[in-house]
Design a protein around this ligand. Structure first.
Ligand code: NAD
Ligand code: UDP
Length: 313
């Protein structure tokens, strides 16, 4: 089985490549490095079952030979990244998604879209179930990402309904782990970087907003199971253990032994107040639920970031 994975040089994409290779697949990675890094794939350079093509998926996709699966992870994902690249984010969710659906259609391949909990916007239903249509500001700063992903979901369903493409849609909730970019602005690398440097922890707003953090190996396991399933409607993939951002900052401060203070900064516009996946469907349809505890996941992540910031382990 040969699989095309777009967004392969990103945080989740590179872990998904590792998982597919471990499962015996041949993998074609594609990425334009807008937010990813070649470092994330360096360990695969000698693997004969791994090929890499540097390419922007919003441009026509070159003939890559037959593939049995197309996995679409290509998109800036951190708020700092998509606010810096709003047009590229809209283009990759729309034209990029369609180009990849065309590859799946031509090859009669299965297709998986990595969508997001941002489709629920600032949710009025809690925890979020897949049947909730969301509360999204279509013109706010985050709309470039939210509406890009909502379009991506819509065109994925259209290719399934019109052309019978075997599609899957994962709605991913906040995921963390090694290979995140230290400076991508997401809360996990931000707090870990601050802990390692002994700098103040920057909590936005009062820190009362909540998130639920999933370790990357659990997430990839959920995506892998979804890729093999016949479920055509969206499935939440995330960890349902929810905490406030202030609690999370206090937790990182405690486990790191940092004595730096917590400082409060302005809350970004439209920052969702609560986020927690209802994973009943993933449990039932995929037999999946997260296994890695926050303590275990953070220990792995700290170890990775220590090597990156040059702090002794
Ligand atoms: P990431 O930024 O690390 O990875 C995304 C990758 O896509 C990068 O390597 C980037 O260079 C590549 N890319 C972007 N536009 C491209 C284009 N036009 N052509 C080719 N490559 C392109 O982000 P991530 O956290 O690994 O996210 C992967 C996917 O999962 C994204 O689609 C994201 O929306 C989704 N997701 C992630 C999270 C999370 O918490 N990490 C949550 C929800 C959804
Ligand atoms: N956040 C924070 N301090 C930071 C970075 C983020 O308090 O240095 C908050 C942010 O406002 C949000 C949460 O942490 O409420 C998660 O932010 P992230 O950018 O990781 O992802 P989001 O869930 O907003 O997409």
């Amino acid at each position: 089985m040969r699989i095309l994975i777009a967004g392969a040089a990103g945080f989740i994409g590179s872990h998904f490549c590792d998982r597919l290779l471990a499962e015996g697949y041949a993998v074609v990675g594609m990425d334009n490095f807008i937010t990813g890094s070649a470092d994330n794939l360096a360990h695969l350079s000698a693997d004969p079952r791994f090929e890499f093509i540097q390419h922007d998926v919003t441009r026509p996709i070159p003939d890559i030979g037959p593939v049995e699966g197309v996995l679409n992870l290509a998109s800036p994902a951190s708020p700092v990244d998509y606010l810096e690249h709003p047009i590229e984010t809209l283009e990759v969710g729309s034209r990029g998604t369609q180009n990849l659906l065309e590859v799946a259609l031509k090859n009669d391949a299965r297709y998986l879209l990595t969508s997001t909990s941002e489709c629920y916007g600032d949710p009025l239903v809690h925890p979020q179930v897949e049947t909730y249509w969301g509360n999204v500001n279509p013109i706010g700063p985050r709309s470039c990402y939210d509406e890009s992903k909502r379009f991506a979901e819509a065109i994925t369903m259209a290719y399934h309904r019109k052309h019978g493409v075997k599609t899957n849609i994962a709605r991913i909730f906040n995921t963390y782990g090694p290979r995140m970019q230290l400076d991508d602005g997401r809360v996990v690398p931000a707090f870990i970087d601050q802990a390692l440097r002994g700098e103040p922890f920057t909590v936005y707003g009062t820190g009362a907003q909540t998130r639920s953090f999933c370790y990357v190996s659990d997430l990839v396991d959920g995506l892998f199971r979804l890729m093999l399933s016949d479920e055509r409607y969206p499935v939440n993939v995330g960890n349902p253990i929810e905490m406030t951002i202030l609690e999370f900052a206090e937790h990182i401060k405690k486990v790191s032994g940092s004595s730096a203070p917590i400082e409060f900064r302005p809350l970004p516009e439209d920052d969702p107040k609560r986020r927690r996946p209802d994973i009943t469907k993933a449990k039932q349809v995929l037999g999946w639920e997260p296994r890695v505890t926050l303590e275990e996941g953070l220990a792995e992540t700290f170890q990775y970031f220590r090597s990156k910031v040059g702090v002794a382990a």
